[in-house]
Write a new protein. Structure first.
Length: 119
């Protein structure tokens, strides 16, 4: 059974739960609201139970964290791929008038310009 505990000198609640090895664990939730911290503690314990039963896949873990973030912070995780994130970033730079200059790896610069010295 998950629970929460608050150190007298900390504004944040700590989640207390049983991990996948059966040991009691504590993790800071970084939340000041007790009800939200309790939801986080329950999510930690649920993930540990699934990990113990070998049911916790990467997709399931991401979904659980996304649900937890939506319940506690009102918005989910950014699950875009690196390519999508980078494309959006470059598009935002171009929209602000920044010029896109291709960056070549050092080995390509050496091949295209023999005057580049090797170290």
């Amino acid at each position: 059974m998950a629970s929460v505990w608050k150190h007298p000198k900390s504004p944040f609640w700590t989640a207390c739960f049983t991990d996948e090895t059966g040991k009691q664990s504590k993790r800071s939730t970084k939340l000041e609201d007790r009800k939200l911290a309790m939801k986080a503690a329950e999510a930690f314990e649920e993930a540990a139970k699934k990990a113990k039963g070998a049911e916790l896949t990467r997709a399931a873990a991401v979904k659980m964290l996304n649900d937890l973030m939506e319940r506690t912070h009102g918005e989910g995780l950014d699950t875009r791929s690196t390519r999508e994130h980078f494309t959006d970033y470059v598009t935002s730079l171009e929209a602000r008038g920044h010029v896109q200059t291709p960056a070549l790896p050092v080995c390509q610069r050496r091949r295209s310009n023999p005057s580049v010295m090797r170290r």
